[in-house]
Design a protein around this ligand. Structure first.
Ligand SMILES: CC(C)(COP(=O)(O)OP(=O)(O)OC[C@H]1O[C@@H](n2cnc3c(N)ncnc32)[C@H](O)[C@@H]1OP(=O)(O)O)[C@@H](O)C(=O)NCCC(=O)NCCS
Length: 166
């Protein structure tokens, strides 16, 4: 089932709700700690790229985050965490938050996005295997590492450098 979802940039009142969404979606603390570390890092965190999809009463139910990372010396974005409250999964909320985050990044002139996630979920947004671009992760090389071109230019090849490790 796919519904139309409202999306918006997070507001301060959302921060604890987003932590709760992340905890309940993943069922463990690791991704919440990662999210907190990204939020606290002045290089990684870019205001305006933390996006929620909301229920009709404006309560966040899904979340997508884009943060700064680099491929070699080139600034790109990293997508994640992406999380949806279990009761709202597979209803389009996650997809809506991802698409809103990517559209915002494109509007800001960002060039490309990488994600380490489900290899059968992110291709629907245009992500392709990172190996096609010659992109390498410091700890992982496999089908879950993907990249997306936002601006029509080639994604640079090289090694990913993250300010915060997952
Ligand atoms: C993965 C997740 C973000 C997807 O968001 P969602 O709102 O449930 O999914 P959407 O409604 O946008 O899209 C539904 C589609 O995604 C697929 N999908 C959902 N969860 C998936 C998963 N874990 N792996 C692969 N595909 C998945 C569904 O099968 C469905 O496919 P279809 O359109 O071909 O029928 C969400 O289910 C979630 O939070 N899961 C737990 C946390 C997680 O795994 N986060 C992502 C880490 S990479």
């Amino acid at each position: 089932m796919s519904l139309t979802w409202n999306t918006r940039v997070e507001i301060p009142a959302d921060v604890d709700i987003i932590r709760d969404i992340t905890l309940r979606a993943f069922g463990r603390q690791v991704e919440v700690d990662f999210l907190d570390a990204l939020r606290a890092d002045p290089i990684a965190w870019l205001p305006g790229l933390s996006i929620v999809a909301t229920s009709p009463d404006d309560h966040p139910v899904a979340y997508s985050l884009l943060t700064r990372c680099h491929i070699g010396d080139t600034a790109v974005l990293s997508l994640g965490p992406v999380a949806v409250l279990p009761a709202y999964q597979k209803q389009g909320a996650g997809g809506a938050s991802v698409m809103a985050a990517l559209a915002t990044a494109r509007d800001r002139g960002e060039r490309s996005v990488v994600v380490l996630g489900h290899a059968d979920y992110y291709p629907r947004f245009g992500f392709r295997q990172a190996t096609e671009f010659g992109i390498h992760h410091p700890q992982y090389d496999g089908p879950n590492l993907m990249a997306l071109v936002l601006d029509g230019h080639a994604v640079p090849a090289g090694d990913l450098v993250y300010p915060v490790n997952a």
